[in-house]
Design a protein around this ligand. Structure first.
Ligand code: SAM
Length: 297
């Protein structure tokens, strides 16, 4: 049997003979496949198709519009890196905004910081939040921090109403630039981000893969260089279930100024699984082919 699990925009990811294959025009000619033990949830929100299935190697898998967003086993490699790279780069971050990130994993990581006073999140899709609370409690635990203020809505619209210089850190934990997240990769969005950040604040955004999307990374990089004027860097992490990996911290901060391992605020979350200070520095070392394109701008 073949079941289409994509949206009308991609429409081609399938579950065939018990295997989910992630097929998308974003990575033509390749498909990552995971065996489906059981489909746990399938729904259609106002914005996208939402699916959760069980896999024997990676645990539960969250899929939006046919694209894997996170799995129980490897989400740490994404959530810890996209959070601790920016937050450890500046002293005493107090106000943090997460755009996207409906699964709650980034909130969980931000909640480790005792210096943080306010954590705002703007996620467009309530179904992602509800599904995460039901099926991914170890990520959705992030919502339980009393410093979290949840806004359900579009990240671009939210930023338009933010007072200038509000945030120390903005984390853009978006899905791919097809569908509701498209605008989160465009120049006007980064102009709004720049306005919402205080001077010296940092933004870190999910910026796709050096293997597949160097052109997207180049565009984000040149837009950010024009807008932020400060330094812009690309760091990468390794997430086995992504055909794409990378983030854009805007300051050259190979050496973290803060050591989150020593913050004991939320010890109940357990120790970090992926991030440490050495990985922080190493994440900025790029393969030569990517370095030529990204650094020569
Ligand atoms: N780690 C993931 C990855 O890179 O595949 C991203 C995960 S997170 C679930 C992405 C979230 O961004 C989704 O829940 C999606 O609904 C949300 N999102 C997409 N477009 C958005 C927008 N314009 N405003 C706010 N949230 C948005």
């Amino acid at each position: 049997a073949s079941v289409s699990v994509g949206s009308s925009q991609d429409g081609i990811s399938t579950i065939k003979l018990g295997w989910f294959s992630e097929i998308s025009p974003m990575w033509p000619g390749e498909a990552h496949s995971l065996q489906v033990e059981k489909v746990l949830f399938q729904g259609k929100s106002d914005y996208q198709n939402v699916m959760v299935f069980q896999n024997s190697a990676y645990g539960k898998v969250l899929v939006l519009d046919g694209v894997i967003q996170c799995t129980e086993r490897d989400e740490c490699a994404y959530q810890e890196m996209i959070t601790h790279l920016p937050l450890c780069s500046i002293p005493n971050p107090k106000k943090v905004l997460v755009i996207g990130g409906g699964d709650g994993g980034v909130l969980r990581e931000v909640s480790r910081y005792s210096s943080v006073e306010q954590i705002d999140i703007c996620e467009i899709d309530k179904m992602v939040i509800d599904v995460s609370k039901q099926f991914f409690p170890k990520m959705a635990v992030g919502y339980e921090d009393p410093r979290v203020n949840l806004h359900v809505g579009d990240g671009v619209a939210f930023l338009k109403d933010v007072l200038e210089g509000t945030y120390d850190v903005i984390i853009v934990d978006s899905s791919d630039p097809i569908g509701p997240a498209q605008e989160l990769f465009e120049k006007p969005f980064f102009q709004l981000v720049a306005k919402a950040l205080r001077p010296g604040g940092v933004v870190c955004t999910q910026a796709e893969s050096i293997w597949l999307h160097l052109h997207i990374i180049e565009d984000i990089g040149s837009n950010c260089r024009q807008i932020f004027k400060g330094s812009v860097n690309y760091a990468w992490t390794s997430v086995p279930t992504y055909p794409r990996q990378g983030k854009w911290p805007p300051v050259d901060f190979r050496h973290p100024v803060y050591h989150i391992e020593e913050d004991h605020l939320n010890e109940s979350l357990g120790p970090l699984k992926f991030y440490n200070s050495e990985i922080h520095a190493a994440a900025f070392c790029l393969p030569s082919f990517a370095k030529r394109v990204i650094d020569n701008k």
